[in-house]
Ligand binder design. Structure first.
Ligand code: UDP
Length: 241
């Protein structure tokens, strides 16, 4: 069963990891392009101020609850959310399916060499996975046409885009019809983690909903950005009253 719940106006799909993977596989079989977003509290807060981002999330084919904060908020409001579907884990599950079913994967984004390293590691973890191309995410406006043409002619089934939020969602929304990919997912820092350039919180912290704290301790430069989190909690509580 899948339904949409709204967290501060952002539609979130209440879906299990397994169902999300299956749904994405049905997108691959079709001919329409699909934009998939992985929503956390920071993204929801950005969407409060950024109408373009809010519109993109409203028309996305799938918005999975990436962050523990989003799951908490939905449940706090009395809505049913099946489980957290973290973008990193979703990516790993898709790569595992891709290795069995031959899906073509294109990795686009992150710093120089990171996507290539992520590819090498994925090839070890998921033997037979077909990562057809990688490309870093630092480019100028002049490079855009060439990037789009390259993606088009590579015919990926799944395009993973790691340019950060909201750049990746906006880039995808702007170019989706030209890209001709059935599935395009904004994956944020996933390639950095896959490549070993960034670390994910240990499992116990993930399970204790403390991934945000781990990020804050590892990347104190994110502190300003992360002020969105207490503001998110307050807004959710105030909105319920
Ligand atoms: N990035 C990129 N191009 C840019 C800006 C950022 O490729 O112009 C990459 C950056 O190197 C990093 C990712 O986008 O790999 C963003 O990671 P972050 O953890 O900040 O993701 P978010 O929290 O925004 O989802």
């Amino acid at each position: 069963m899948q339904s949409k719940v709204y967290v501060l106006g952002v539609p979130i799909d209440s879906i299990t990891m397994e169902a999300a993977v299956k749904k994405i596989e049905t997108f691959i079989q079709g001919s329409q392009p699909h934009l998939i977003a992985t929503a956390n509290a920071e993204m929801v807060m950005m969407a409060q101020q950024d109408d373009d981002l809010a519109a993109i999330l409203n028309s996305a084919s799938l918005v999975v609850p990436d962050g523990a904060g989003v799951v908490w908020a939905a449940r706090y409001q009395g809505n049913h959310v099946q489980e957290r579907v973290a973008g990193f884990d979703l990516t790993q599950n898709l790569l595992a399916e891709a290795s069995k079913k031959g899906y073509r994967i294109y990795l686009f984004g992150a710093g120089p060499g990171i996507a290539e390293k992520a590819k090498q590691i994925a090839e070890k973890l998921y033997p037979g996975v077909n990562i057809i191309k990688t490309r870093d995410g630092f480019f100028s406006a002049d490079d855009e046409n060439e990037i789009i043409e390259d993606i088009c002619k590579s015919h990926p089934d799944i395009l993973l885009v790691a340019l950060g939020v909201p750049k990746q969602e906006k880039w995808l929304a702007r170019n989706l019809s030209r890209l001709q990919v059935p599935v395009a997912i904004g994956v944020g820092g996933t390639l950095d983690v896959m490549a070993g350039a960034a670390k994910r919180a240990p499992l116990w912290m993930q399970q204790a909903n403390l991934e945000w704290l781990y990020r804050l301790l590892r990347q104190p430069q994110r502190a300003i950005r992360m002020l969105a989190l207490p503001r998110f909690v307050l807004k959710v509580i105030m909105d319920k009253k």
